[in-house]
Design a protein around this ligand. Sequence first.
Ligand code: GLC
Length: 597
Amino acid sequence: MMIAARPLTDYKMTAREAALLERARLALKRLYGETDETFNGLMKEIAGRVANAKAKRPAELRTLDTERLAEPYWFAKPGRAAYCTYIDRFSGTLKACAHHLPYLKDLGVGLFHPLPLLKPRDGDNDGGFAVADYGAVDPRLGTFDDLKALADGLRQNEMSLVLDVVCNHTAKEHGWARAMLAGDPAYKDFYVVLKTEAEVAAWSEDLVDVFPDTAPGSFTYDPEAGGWVWTTFYPFQWDLNYANPRVFIAMMDVLFDLANAGVEGFRLDSAAYLWKIKGTICRNLPQAHDILLAYRNLLSIVAPGVFLLAEAIEGLDEVISYFGEDHDNSECDLAYNNTFMTALWGSLADGSASTVSEALRMTQAKPAHGVWLNYVRCHDDIIWQALAPWVDQKRLQAWSDLYAGKDHSFADGMAFQAPPGLAPSTCGMAASLCGVGTDALGLARLQLLYAVTCALDGVPMIYMGDELALPNDAHFADDPDKATELRWLHRPQMNWHTAEARLSKDSLQARMFDSIKAVLRAQRSLPGWSTGGAAKSVVSDDSRLLVLQRALTKGRFQCTANFSAERLALPRAMDDLITGNTVNSLSAYQVIWSYEP
Ligand code: GLC
């Protein structure tokens, strides 16, 4: 028998839930509270939808919620990394993913993050980031039931499903866009449409193109819409108009439905772009933060423990703001540590640890309640401009050139588009950027990047293929939908035959896979890894060495990394937790982990 969802009036919120609702109300009041009368009606509707979603939450997930409330940082367990991939490239389908859970478990994965898999538009869809239906899975990958089954299967194996919610824009073919164009009053103003070229020019003055080469400008003329539609990214990705509270509600329902299907964490795509004000860059505006604050609090009522990851690849100060001011005003639980990641590649290029050491110091400015998602590579380009506030363009350009393989450098990447006059971003798989397969020290470089990244406090993320030192996809341009988009260079097909080679001792794959496993294992072996202090860099006499320390519950952890191609003597012999050896010196790019109880 179907049990009808309880209407709001029947649902008595707990004190905790009422406090969360109040926090959301304050944020929403700032956004939509022009008149009390309409705002009160809006809040009533939101509270009703929250109560309905809560009533629909399956019993098994409610049990999980109770456990998670007692362990708020459950997603940051020692030795349990995040793993990011595309389902079609990893396993072909959602169902087939089940065969590879032992592989993920063996590696030490705790969070499984497939990139967007909801039904996209046909043809080019920016790797799934142009969603045509949030209620359905891409039919090529499976069904909604397959998604739920994957979430269950992961949970049974102590892993959690993380999904993208592409919240800034939809495909232009999405039902909301179609309904707006058809004149349905319920979907009026769901997107931003400017009526005149003069308006486009006025807004554009302060905007910065994301894809200046492949999608210049932020507006696309659409005859059906009778004007210029806001399209921050590709012309087929229409920005939603969050100034309209119906949009806020529509995306809130998407979050609730996916959470109730078993998704345990959301990556909020392009979170920086959610609000637009003329005369500003339309990124990181306070209103975008209020939207996130409201989602965080409402979701904490429906599905406590489901985390939010901010996808904001911005300068450090802006990124940090996505954690929210303090615990009570928390927005996103996790954010990409792009400052550290970018600086790490810069330091590797320089053969000196100074840049990464400075980045480490700077990234400590985050509030204690927020957790970094630390990573080496992802499906996007390395955006050097994120360091522009403190590194000059000349150096950024030198790094961009080096990774594009200029002057016979060790790297085999490509320069990606950037606004005129600024150092272009970099595309390429980590292994290819490190010179694996072409340079004798390539593997040592890649191992260094992961060993240093895993030494930080926070959650380390592995980008699919890095654990096997998988190189660039040399054939990406054979597909006409991908040929003009260089980011496909670093989105290769998983090669399960190559993956098997990790089981052969001393193979390249074994050396990389085992090195990641070893650092994750070491994390698990150290008492108080997750609750310990933040990673700090210690001044070293030799700028080629990064010395990173963390105070753990009982003792002190240290990661010592040689960023140069020379052998460096250590001041004293040290026991390395990664290899189990005692070492007096570090070979080129060698990293050791040590612990003093
Ligand atoms: C995010 C994604 C990127 C995508 C863009 C537009 O930045 O990571 O891959 O192109 O959003 O959705």
